[in-house]
Design a protein around this ligand. Structure first.
Ligand code: GAL
Length: 812
């Protein structure tokens, strides 16, 4: 049990400690949960014997351990969004992992600090799904939507000092998702004990209605319970220095409102993720009753036809990616180290925005976005009243949609990273008059709860929404694909701007190249892989450059969110009906987080701080000697010369008078393969050589190269190092086709957590300490234990020199 005391001394080093009273205590329920996968009539009861149940830590995803099985959630459907007319058998649609069924979690907890007259709030940050929650044998509530934040007041259900029993029942039914949803208590659970006179859950709402270089007006609304109270709010800058303070005793209903001036505000943006903290202290007389610390940012946003999207008064276009919530080999179980690694990779990409498709983003992800600098398009639903899958959210929409939106907004609205809400993705309600009303209703709820941010919907039925008024009523019209309709939609809609809410959906497998090299829709190959020449897409989607052209040539297009930043479990298009295939091909990075070639195509545009010079394909094509093997270069330079074994293949220049690909890629289409060296020399604006890169035909697999993303970890059992393992030849060159079975052993104060090779067709279980490399690589996840100390990972494989990496786990 992890207890966070939110008391004055926590920030006491910053300014004078006025009281040592203990206000609220947050207990995270992490360890020693008992878990059972199945039905149980008695498990909600306090006296139930759960000794033989599995002991687990939360966040926990019960399905990620597999095994993969094509029969799980096999769906015989025609996916109408994908233009399918005939039902076919879809095997990997939800990841082929055992998420379906019932599960029980039980946890004993005591609250020794709980005093009579205090309140206890039980907070879930998501539970997959349909949680029914019991405390000491009594039902305290339920919440259907697996992605949302919710809480219950359990004050009347707990017994102060002795063991209390929390039991949570979860149900996942088949055909309830279009991707892998995960299963279980996959996000944090905590109990907040506070005084009866206190700040309400999610009761603080901070906005910055006026921001200039010299002054920011910080508006803080604070909902409270109690009488005769006084609220003191201090604003601290990033260094912890108090920069402003305000006291008020005027309550409007149950809400205090303060306008606090911050001089010379340090604005938040992706490039300058400056954060402030508001410390709200609630007093009755001189007694401190409650204290809440809220992180916020000072920034302005605006969306106008004349200036497009502006952040802090500067027009910019979203360089965004869509992300599903799973973390590859960790499944849906939230993990800060894994999220941080994703965002670190996205920073290098030059990405500045994330769309949480198609549901509520986690607290951890938003905190990291605030801290590392990413704008957020926070989405709520993939379905409204009309279903996409037989048992999807449409079952709950009428009853739950409003409360789901309210919780999303209240739980997340102080994050400066959120700059736009989305009420839905490609909802079939785009058709028909009822859908128009629903769009208005949902948008009005957003406006009521948060008037500071506009609302979009990712629309794919563009003709329908142009006619019905659905698109016209939205604050920001978002188009998913349909690049050929951008002009028409812009001319039809009144808003004067368009967002590429979802773009590209190009498919590829890391390190796999197919010949001949040609543009193709829904292309399938016998190995269930897609070509990394990045010319394959779906019937509804397009190649990256179709979006680049719109982004570059139309001032009224305010940015794009590429489908997707990382591969995710489930939706293995274009192999939805082929086995084995259980994860997506859409990512710029694969499921292991390793960049595919497409990553560099976006990087060459988005990363304006560093140059990009990337060659594809690899150069190990034994058997293709003399055959045409095109070479592409993704680069931030405009032109380059290619050499094969020292022989020039000519200069290529980006040019806009041919296909969109010629405008953004350098392509040598007629290169004939001969083993050796592929070298590219890129030219700067002055026409002189500026940078060069080479790849060579590698020799036989010889040894293993291990590279950890971080070698200093934090002890405690949560932190994870991601170690990339590459098979290299005697000279250290990557063997790009190597598929070798490797074994993993971890010694010291760490454990082996999982491995992933990014192969969408692999049925190897992530948590077993062995896996085959895919295109010469895989990633091993090493997790800390409670104790600090050294950790050593050894990776071995038959006929290969082993590799080792040392990590240090230190106490916080
Ligand atoms: C979109 C949809 C996404 C995903 C994607 C695949 O239409 O919004 O969830 O299915 O297609 O291309």
């Amino acid at each position: 049990m992890n207890i966070r005391y939110l008391i004055v001394w926590a920030i006491g080093c910053v300014f004078t400690v006025t009281s040592t009273a203990q206000t609220r205590v947050i207990t995270e329920l992490k360890d020693n949960w008992k878990f059972y996968r199945g039905k149980s009539d008695q498990a909600s009861q306090t006296a139930f014997d759960d000794k033989r149940w599995q002991t687990v830590s939360v966040p926990h995803d019960w399905a990620i351990y597999g095994p993969f099985d094509k029969e799980i959630d096999k769906q015989k459907v025609a996916i109408t969004q994908n233009n399918e007319k005939v039902a076919t058998e879809k095997t990997g649609r939800t990841g082929s992992l055992p998420y379906i069924g019932e599960g029980w979690y039980r946890k004993q907890f005591s609250l020794p600090h709980f005093k009579k007259g205090q309140k206890a709030i039980l907070l879930f940050e998501g539970a997959m799904s349909e949680p029914r929650v019991f405390v000491n044998g009594q039902k305290v509530g339920e919440w259907n939507y697996g992605y949302n934040y919710f809480y219950f007041d359990i004050t009347d259900r707990i017994v102060a000092t002795q063991n209390n029993v929390l039991a949570v029942h979860l149900t996942n039914i088949g055909e309830s998702s279009r991707w892998y949803p995960g299963a279980g208590l996959y996000r944090n659970v905590s109990i907040i004990v506070k005084n009866s006179e206190s700040i309400d859950q999610w009761g603080t709402y901070i906005t910055t209605p006026l921001v200039t270089d010299h002054l920011a007006k910080v508006n803080i609304k604070t909902k409270v319970t109690g009488n005769n109270m006084r609220l003191v709010t201090d604003i601290l800058d990033a260094t912890g220095k108090r920069v402003a303070s305000d006291t008020t005793a005027t309550v409007f209903g149950n809400e205090f409102e303060q306008n606090i001036a911050v001089v010379n505000p340090q604005r938040w943006s992706p490039e300058t993720p400056n954060l402030y903290r508001a410390v709200s202290r609630l007093y009755v007389g001189s007694e401190l009753k409650d204290e809440v610390v809220t992180t916020f940012g000072i920034r302005t946003i605006s969306y106008r036809p004349e200036t497009g999207f502006q952040l802090n008064g500067t027009t910019r276009k979203f360089k965004g990616v869509c992300l599903h919530h799973d973390l590859g080999p960790l499944g849906a179980a939230i993990n800060v180290a894994a999220l941080r690694r994703q965002l670190t990779i996205l920073k290098d990409l030059g990405c500045d925005a994330i769309r949480s498709s198609h549901n509520m983003p986690s607290r951890e992800q938003l905190e990291l976005a605030d801290e590392m600098g990413f704008m957020f398009l926070a989405e709520s639903f993939d379905e409204w009243a009309k279903p996409k899958v037989k048992n999807g959210y449409a079952r709950f929409f009428a009853h739950d949609a409003e409360k789901d939106l309210v919780n999303l907004i209240k739980a997340t609205r102080n994050h400066p990273s959120i700059v736009l809400w989305s009420s839905g993705n490609e909802v079939p309600d785009q058709w028909g008059a009822e859908g128009v009303k629903r769009a208005k209703w949902l948008q009005d709820i957003f406006h009521r709860e948060d008037p500071t941010r506009p609302v979009t919907v990712g629309m794919d039925q563009v003709k329908a929404v142009m006619q019905s008024g659905f698109g016209a009523l939205l604050d920001i019209p978002g188009l998913n694909y349909r690049t050929h309709l951008y002009d028409e939609a812009y001319n039809t809609f009144p808003q004067g701007l368009l967002l590429g809410s979802e773009t590209a959906s190009t498919v590829s497998s890391r390190g796999i190249y197919k010949f001949p090299v040609e543009k193709a829709s829904e292309k399938q190959y016998p190995d269930n892989q897609s070509s990394s020449y990045d010319l394959e897409f779906c019937s509804w989607s397009n190649l990256p450059e179709d979006d680049f052209v719109l982004q570059d040539d139309k001032p009224w297009v305010i940015g794009e969110f590429v489908w997707t930043g990382f591969d995710y479990l489930g939706e293995p298009t274009p192999y939805d009906d082929k086995w084995p295939s259980r994860s997506s091909y859409f990512g710029l990075n694969d499921l292991a987080g390793l960049p595919k070639d497409r990553y560099y195509l976006y990087r060459s545009r988005w990363n304006t701080k560093a140059s990009t010079l990337h060659i594809l394909p690899h150069w190990n094509w034994q058997g293709r000697e003399g055959q045409v093997t095109p070479v592409f270069v993704y680069t931030s330079y405009d032109s380059a010369e290619l050499f094969i074994n020292g022989k020039s293949m000519g200069v290529q220049k980006k040019r806009s008078n041919e296909t969109p690909q010629h405008r953004y890629r350098l392509m040598w289409m007629n290169v004939k393969y001969e083993p050796g060296t592929v070298k590219v020399i890129a030219f700067g604006k002055d026409g002189k050589p500026a940078e060069e890169k080479a790849i060579i035909t590698s020799g036989k697999p010889y040894t293993l190269k291990l590279e950890a993303d971080r070698t200093q970890l934090t002890a405690g059992g949560d932190d994870i190092a991601f170690v990339t393992v590459s098979i290299v030849d005697k000279n250290g060159n990557l063997c790009p086709t190597a598929a070798e079975q490797l074994n993993f052993a971890v010694k010291g104060k760490g454990t082996y957590r999982a491995a992933c090779n990014g192969d969408a067709t692999s049925l190897e279980q992530f948590h077993l300490p062995t896996m085959k490399t895919f295109s010469g690589k895989l990633v091993v996840l090493v997790q800390t234990t409670n104790d600090a100390g050294n950790i050593e990972l050894t990776v071995s494989g038959k006929g290969l020199q082993s590799g080792k990496v040392s990590l240090q786990s230190v106490k916080k």
